[in-house]
Design a protein around this ligand. Structure first.
Ligand code: NAD
Length: 463
C-alpha cells in the first residue's frame, strides 16, 4: 500500500532539520549507520538519521519489501515517510540491502529494529534478534556499537553484551546500547524529529554519548535525553506502554459506567484532564486500545513480574478490561439491531488508529469476529487498511467508501477515528441504510447532528 495518497501538511516535520554541518552540538554528522529491519521503527529511524546527515544502510530480509524500499515505496501507510525515504535515497545518504554481513562492514553503529512479538506464553519471541546476534557475534568489528531499538525484555542488553566479550576474540571491543523507541504510528516521522525524550542506556558511557549525539546533531530544539543503564532503558519502555494502556483502559471503563448512569464521559475527561497530575491526553474513550505493542509489552511485563513471584495486578487488569471493551462495543451493536443473526453491519475503520494502515491487534479484529460469530454479515471501509484487512479479516466484504459500507446495513459502526469519518455524508448514509442505527465507538460525531438525519446514535459514555 502506498503512502502518497493522503495529503500531508504543507510544512514537513524535517523542514527545519536539514542535514547540518557538525557544529552546534559538537556532535558528528556523517556517521556510518546500519539499521537492521525495514519495518515501522527501522524505516523511520533509517530515513530520519539520513536526514540528519548520517550515511545509512537499512537491511531488510523480506525480499518483496526490500524491492519496494529500493524504489522508495513504503509497504504500509505512514504520513510523510515515503517522501523522507525518497529524498534521502536520492541524496545518496540512504540505501537498502538484504545482506547483513556485507552491510555492517565499516559501520560505526548498528541499530537492531526487528520485530519482538509475543510467544504463546506471553513472553517475548527473540528469534529474529537471536538470528542477527549470532551473525554479529562472528562478524562485528572492533569499535562498533550495537543498539537495541526493538523493545526487548529486561536483561537482553546485558545478555547481548556477553556475546561480545570486551577485548576477547583478538582485541574486539563492541558496546551494546539500548535506545527504545517511543514513536506513535500515524505521526512517526514527526515524532522522530520532535521526540518528547530520547532514552539511551548502556554501561559504556562513551558509547551511550555517541548514540545520544546521533540525535543531537539533527535536533533543532533541545530534547531531554535520559541516559541510563541497559536494564533501566528496557524497563522504561515497558512501564511507559503499561501506563499508557492503563490510561486508555481507565477512561474506557469510566465511559462504560457513564453509559449506565447517564453522564457524559467527555465532560468527565475534561474535568479530570485539567489536573496536571492526570493530564488531558489519552483520555478519549474508544473500542479498546490496539496496535502491535501494548498487548505484547503488557504480557512481557507481567511475565517478568510473575517470574519474580510478583504478579502485576494492574497490568493484568488492563489486559482484561480491554477485552471487555471489545465485548461492550459488540453488545451495543447487538442491542441496536435486536439480533445479529443475518444482520448486515457496516464498519467504518479497521486500522488500530487513524493515520496508519496497521491492523496488528486492532480492536476491529475481535469486534468484527464477534459480530461474525453471532451470524452477522460485515462490510467494511477503511481509507488505508484494505490490504491488511484481506489478511486479518479475510471473510468480510470491503466497500469503496463509507456510504457503500452503510448500504442496506442494519447498523453502522465507527471503529477508527479517521478524519474523513468526522465529515460523513449522513444524508446519503441515512437514505441507504436498512435500519438507521449508528454506533460511534470513537465519539467522533455530534449526537444531535446525527439524530437530525433520523439515525439512532450511540457513542461511548455519552448521555
Ligand atoms: N510499531 C511501533 O509503533 C513500535 C513503536 C515502538 C517500538 N516498537 C518496537 O520496535 C520493534 C520493531 O517493530 P516494528 O513495528 O517496526 O516491526 P515490523 O514487523 O514492522 O518490522 C520488522 C522488520 O524487520 C524485518 N526483519 C526481521 N528479521 C530480519 C533480519 N534478520 N534481517 C533484516 N530484517 C529483518 C522484517 O522483515 C520486518 O520488515 C519491535 O520490538 C516493537 O515492539 C514498535
Amino acid at each position: 500500500m502506498s503512502s502518497n495518497d493522503q495529503s500531508s501538511p504543507a510544512v514537513r516535520p524535517w523542514e527545519s532539520a536539514q542535514p547540518l554541518a557538525a557544529g552546534h552540538t559538537g556532535a558528528a554528522t556523517g556517521v556510518n549507520i546500519c539499521v537492521v529491519g525495514g519495518g515501522f521503527v527501522g524505516l523511520v529511524a533509517a530515513a530520519g538519521f539520513a536526514q540528519f546527515g548520517h550515511n545509512v544502510v537499512c537491511v531488510e530480509k523480506n525480499l518483496e519489501r526490500l524491492a519496494q524500499l529500493k524504489e522508495s515505496r513504503v509497504p504500509f501507510f505512514e504520513r510523510d515517510l515515503e517522501e523522507l525515504l525518497r529524498r534521502n535515497t536520492e541524496a545518496g545518504r540512504l540505501s537498502f540491502s538484504s545482506d547483513l554481513k556485507e552491510a555492517i562492514v565499516g559501520q560505526k553503529v548498528i541499530f537492531l529494529a526487528v520485530g519482538t512479538p509475543s510467544l504463546d506464553n506471553g513472553r517475548t519471541d527473540l528469534s529474529a534478534l537471536v538470528e542477527i546476534v549470532n551473525l554479529l557475534g562472528k562478524v562485528a568489528e572492533d569499535g562498533q556499537i550495537v543498539v537495541l531499538k526493538s523493545t526487548v525484555p529486561v536483561g537482553t542488553g546485558i545478555w547481548l553484551q556477553k556475546k561480545f566479550p570486551q577485548n576477547g576474540n583478538g582485541s574486539r571491543s563492541i558496546s551494546v546500547v539500548n535506545n527504545p523507541e517511543f514513536l506513535r504510528e500515524g505521526s512517526a516521522v514527526y515524532d522522530f524529529f520532535y521526540p518528547q525524550r530520547i532514552v539511551v542506556g548502556g554501561d559504556n558511557q562513551a558509547a551511550v554519548e555517541f548514540v545520544a549525539n546521533l540525535y543531537r546533531v539533527g535536533m533543532t530544539r533541545p530534547v531531554p535525553i535520559v541516559t541510563t543503564n541497559n536494564e533501566t532503558a528496557e524497563m522504561i519502555k515497558y512501564a511507559a506502554n503499561a501506563f499508557l494502556a492503563m490510561k486508555v483502559g481507565f477512561i474506557n471503563e469510566v465511559a462504560g459506567l457513564c453509559d449506565l448512569v447517564g453522564i457524559d464521559v467527555l465532560e468527565i475527561a475534561r474535568g479530570i484532564g485539567m489536573d496536571p497530575r492526570i493530564g488531558a491526553e489519552f483520555l478519549n474513550p474508544g473500542p479498546g486500545w490496539g496496535g502491535s505493542c501494548f498487548r505484547k509489552d503488557l504480557r512481557e511485563f507481567s511475565g517478568l513480574a510473575k517470574a519474580h513471584d510478583y504478579p502485576l495486578i494492574i497490568a493484568e487488569a488492563v489486559l482484561k478490561a480491554n477485552q471487555r471493551q471489545h465485548e461492550l462495543v459488540a453488545a451495543k451493536i447487538e442491542r441496536l439491531t435486536g439480533s445479529l443473526e443475518k444482520a448486515r453491519i457496516g464498519v467504518l475503520g479497521l486500522s488500530f488508529k487513524a493515520g496508519t494502515s496497521d491492523m496488528r491487534d486492532s480492536p476491529a479484529i475481535p469486534i468484527v469476529q464477534r459480530l461474525l460469530e453471532k451470524g452477522a454479515e460485515v462490510v467494511a471501509y477503511d481509507p488505508q487498511a484494505h490490504t491488511e484487512a484481506e489478511h486479518y479479516l479475510p471473510t468480510i466484504e470491503l466497500a469503496e467508501n463509507a456510504v457503500e459500507a452503510a448500504r442496506d446495513a442494519d447498523c453502522l459502526v465507527i471503529l477508527t477515528e479517521w478524519e474523513e469519518f468526522q465529515a460523513l455524508d449522513l444524508r446519503s448514509i441515512s437514505e441507504v441504510m436498512r435500519k438507521p442505527n449508528l454506533v460511534d465507538a470513537r465519539n467522533l460525531l455530534t449526537p444531535e447532528v446525527v439524530r437530525r438525519y433520523g439515525l439512532t446514535y450511540e457513542g461511548m459514555g455519552q448521555k
